[in-house]
Structures are given as structure tokens and as C-alpha cells.
Design a protein around this ligand. Sequence first.
Ligand code: HEM
Ligand code: HEM
Length: 458
Amino acid sequence: MDSAPPLDIHKHWTAGGFCLTSIFWMSVATFAGLLGATELIAPDLTEGIGWLVFGRVRPIHINLVLFGFVTPGLLGAAFYFVPRLLRTPLFSEHLGLVTVVGWNATLVAVVWTLAAGYSQGREYAEMIWPVDIMVAGVFVLSVINILMTVRRRKEKVLYVSVWYVCAALVLTSLTYSLGNVIWRPDSGALAGIPDAIILWFYGHNVFGLLLTPLSAAAAYYIIPRACRAPLYSHTLSLLGFWSLLVVYTHIGTHHLLQVPVPTWLKVVAIVDSVAMVIPVMAFLINIWYTARGRLGEIHADIGAKFVFTGTIMYFFVSIQGSMMSLPQVQRVTHFNNWVVAHAHVGVLGFAGMIALGALYYVVPRIAGRPLYSRLLADFQYWMVLIGVTGFTIVLTIAGLLQGNAWLNGETVYRVLPEIHMYYIVRAGLGLMIFLSAVIGVVNLWRTLLAAKPTEVLP
Ligand code: HEM
Ligand code: HEM
């Protein structure tokens, strides 16, 4: 691990800016989720208010959790630890600040345009062309800052976290532009089946080539440091990195198994979805063996506790994901709440937990003082853990009811009352998560901005 002296804590604008961005937008994003969940219980609630209809609130929720909460949280950590691992200051804190401001302007544009009904109607690629350009732009600015820091580095050896951050930013700049077909500003789409293929190539790579590598990078940095132990195996970390790039890049078609895409593409997607066990287990064995016998240290550090829990969720979501890629399983699980459960285990349980852990680890170190309240942080940890576990249980049951009803030829209007109660429980759990997000804002805000820095944490 790095043995660099602490950097000048007053100059962590970029990391701090991304952390604040994440903390703030998490509460907006979870509120949008809660609104959507309430509308699923009472569909007439927002009747006549165009900008609040479910079809607009849902993409706002999803794009804000992805680009407002999880990605900036993980980037905040990356902009903190990449310079340390390279023993070099960030290439440009000014460029970083411009990126943070641009990122927030982009998020405002996302909410504004989607709420106003400007959407390209493609899942995970809803944003219209000008907003796409803004998103691609802030990713490119981040790439420049990180790659120039790597270029000027004093440390010759590139630790695996740096590999993951570079790959995530470079590849997402490319896949975002491809998946959003930005060379066609009017529609942002190709025609017919090729459009579905390119959309889901991009769609799954939001998880596979953005959230997963950034989360892995944060875990590879935080867990060994919190445990005060060397990484179990550097070779295994590289095996995990390269196999992720080889396998994850082309499994997006597992979202299209019920669609007339070429069979060979489905076969490749299914085989490699199962082969995902290689990068997943290479990463998990490495992290878990590093932490073996040191769970006390993990427990003592709230950041590491979030991150470690995130790795356990990664195990569950990946095993589940590989199973869901089998056509026989998907016949029951596709097009219903089972997938929504999987999505929350992945984006909230795995990447979101690690993003929260990264925030709780990095923010006190940037601020140069201990966390404002460990109690509030623990409260948030339990609310999110109970919330996401509860989501998984109720949405999985609701999904199984829906899937079996479909197979049995039941009509939708008979199934909806059956899952109503599960929707109510989901909204209750969502309220808990939203409230804990607000508590997180207070806790991290007070840590970062309340008083003058007094000390530099290790
Ligand atoms: C081995 C790893 C994984 C595999 C094989 C996998 C597989 C799948 C499959 C097959 C689907 C589509 C289900 C359907 O539509 O019937 C899906 C959906 C989804 N997955 Fe995963 N998954 C994996 C890991 C993850 C991770 C780590 C995340 C989050 C970081 C994630 C997030 C999602 C989301 C958000 C969806 C919903 C997409 C939609 O809106 O339709 N998955 N996954
Ligand atoms: C930061 C935490 C959260 C993350 C990362 C997250 C992530 C996601 C993702 C990726 C999806 C797309 C699922 C799919 O299409 O398969 C989704 C949908 C949704 N989420 Fe969340 N979510 C979070 C919190 C919440 C909360 C607190 C609620 C409130 C109950 C909520 C309610 C919903 C609803 C209602 C949908 C739409 C499901 C549907 O179309 O039937 N989410 N969320």
C-alpha cells in the first residue's frame, strides 16, 4: 500500500466536491424513488400533474441514483486515493472543481428535462442529446484529470485501484457515447433490433464498467488500510481486473433473451454471464482473505463496515445475476419485480453501500477531523441494510407471484391486488432509506464543513 505523506487537506476540492455532490443527490434520488413507490400504491395520487407522473419520476430516480449518488460518491473517493497511491498531487484541482460544477449542472439538467417530459424513451439512456453531451463532457474532464495524474506520477507501480478507476472512466466515456448514439442528436437511437443490442451493451456496462470497477477500486483501497494488512494477492487482483474486462463487456444481451436478437449473441451473453463467477470470486476472495481474522478492525471503522457489507451483497447479486441469465429461470423472473429486487441489491446493496463506505472513510480524512457522529452513521448503516434486505424479500416475492401468474395466463388486473401489500411494505422501507439519507447529509456535511480542520487522520 501507499506510504505517502498526507496531501494538503485544504486542496481536496475535487474529492470534497464529489463527496458533497453524492451526499446531496442521494437524498433527492431516494425521494424520487419513494415518490415512484407511492404512485405504484396509489396511481391516482398525482393525476393531472404532468411532471410527477410515474413515467417521468422513475427515470429521474434511476439516473439520479446512478449519476447523482453512486458514481460521484465513488469518484470522490477515487479523487482522494488515486493521488495518494501515485504519490503525486492531482493534475489540476481547478479542472476538478470545474468538473464538479459541470457535474451538478448536468444533474439539474437531467431532472429538469426528464420532469418536463423531454426523454428519448430508452432505459438508462433517457436523456436528450444536449444532456448526453454534458454527461459525456464531465466524464471526459474526469478522464483527463486522472490520466494526467497517472502520467506525472512519482510511484512507478500502479496499484489495482488505479487500474480500475482509469478503466471505469475511459470505458464509460466511450460506452456512454455509443449507447446513447450521440451521433444522432434527434432520436439518440438506431433502428430496430440493433438499437436494443447497443442500448443494452451500454446499459449493463453502466453496472459492469462503471459502478463495479469504481466499487472494486474503493474496496481494494479501503479494506487493506482499515485492516492495516497488505492485500492478500496482487496477482489475483490483476486476474480479477482483466477477466472483468474480458467477460463483462459483452453480456448486455442477457437483458434481451426474450427478444429476436441473433441466437449466437444470446449464447455468448449467457455463457459469459455464468463465467462472471471468475472476476467476482477473484475480487471477493482477495478482499475477504485480506480481512480474514481482522473483522474487529472492519467493525471499528464505519467506512470499512459499509464497504465490507457491500462486498457480501456483491456475492449475492452476482450469483443471482448468473442464475437470471439462464433462459429457463428468466421465463419466470423477466419483466417483473424480481429484476427490480436484483437491481436494488446491485446498485444500492453493493455499489451504493461501497459508495457510502467510501464517503464515510474519505470525508473525515479530507476534513481532517473525526466523523461528526458515529451513532448517526451506524443508524444509517442499519437503515440501509434493513431497507435493502427488505426490498429484496418483498420484491422477490412480488416478482414470483407476477412471473407465475404470467406463465399461468392470469390477467394483470387480478395480479395487481395480490402484490399491493408488498408495494406498501416496499414504500415503508423506502421511507426508512430516504430518512437515513437525510441523516447522512447532516452527518457528513457537519464533518466536512462545520469547523476548522484540526488533525490529519491516517
Ligand atoms: C455476475 C454478475 C451479474 C449478472 C450475471 C447479472 C445479470 C443480470 C440479468 C440477466 C439481468 C436482466 C434480468 C431481466 O431483465 O430479466 C440483470 C438486470 C439488472 N442488473 Fe444485473 N447481473 C449481475 C450483477 C449486477 C450488478 C453488480 C449490478 C449493480 C451494480 C447489477 C444491476 C442490475 C440492474 C440495475 C438490472 C436491471 C436492469 C433493468 O432495468 O432491466 N447487476 N442483471
Ligand atoms: C440510493 C438508493 C437506491 C438505489 C441505488 C436505487 C436503484 C434503483 C434502480 C437501479 C432501479 C431500476 C430497477 C429496474 O428497472 O430493474 C430502481 C427502480 C425503482 N426504485 Fe430504487 N433505488 C434506491 C432507493 C430507492 C428507494 C428509497 C425507493 C423507495 C421506495 C426506491 C423505489 C424504486 C422504484 C419505485 C423503482 C421503479 C420500479 C418499477 O419500475 O417498478 N428506490 N431503483
